[in-house]
Design a protein around this ligand. Structure first.
Ligand SMILES: Nc1nc2c(c(=O)[nH]1)N[C@H]1C(S)=C(S)[C@@H](COP(=O)(O)O)O[C@H]1N2
Ligand SMILES: [Mo]
Length: 201
């Protein structure tokens, strides 16, 4: 069982679970406002510098899970494709292209914004968005698109799957209580913004 599963982390696939996905054959197409659009294959991604972010995925449905998320910085991907100055947002598309979500370039360039392929040293499985997912600890979890197959660099914002259904476009984490999955789902208070500290510690 994966670490995320052992912690009891909820599995969200609003568009339906994709079933078995081929890790070794995984491809992510990066296109739009860039000089060198490129398709990154699994072996390209794991050959790039790996970043480990000890950080939290925190959902607007009020759970938060911490671990060592490993992958490639989105900033490194954007550099590789020669992002143009006109790019203001990037849009992630999940497998089957039903689920999408967009973030600003400012958030995309931050150090812990990743294309993640592992959690606590294990490759991500399909339940948790493997082979490769967005991981954006700064914002509510719906920006962390799972099983990403395409990234578009855009000069405008496009509301995604959940944003069209009423979730906020900026996805700023708001103060309140969340279930801390690392403590068996204990309900704990968080401040606004990325969850780094709980208010009860
Ligand atoms: N493709 C896809 N990505 C998705 C979702 C989804 O339903 N489909 N749910 C989002 C939401 S709301 C959250 S909180 C996280 C949950 O990640 P998990 O299912 O790995 O816990 O994934 C995000 N990415
Ligand atoms: Mo969520």
């Amino acid at each position: 069982m994966s670490k995320l599963k052992e912690l009891g982390t909820p599995v969200f696939w609003a568009e339906g679970h994709p079933g078995r996905l081929d890790r070794e054959g995984w491809e992510i197409e990066v296109a739009g406002l860039c000089g060198n659009p490129k398709t990154f294959h699994w072996h390209d991604l794991v050959s790039m510098p790996r970043t480990i972010a000890d950080a939290r995925l925190t959902s607007v449905t009020r759970f938060s899970v911490r671990g060592k998320w490993g992958g490639v910085r989105v900033a490194d991907i954007l550099k590789t494709v020669g992002m143009l100055r006109t790019a203001k947002y990037i849009r992630f598309w999940s497998t089957r292209k039903v689920y999408d979500t967009s973030i600003s370039i400012d958030i995309a360039m931050r150090e812990r914004t990743l294309l993640a392929y592992e959690f606590d040293g294990e490759y991500l499985d399909e339940d948790y968005g493997g082979p490769v997912r967005a991981f954006v600890p700064y914002l509510w979890g719906y920006k962390s698109a799972k099983s990403v197959v395409r990234i578009e660099l855009m000069d405008h914002y496009a509301p995604g799957f959940w944003e069209q259904r009423g979730y906020s476009d900026d996805a700023r984490i708001e103060a309140g209580n969340v279930r801390d999955m690392n403590q068996g789902g204990r309900i704990r208070p968080i401040p606004d913004g990325e969850v780094i500290h709980f208010l009860d510690e």
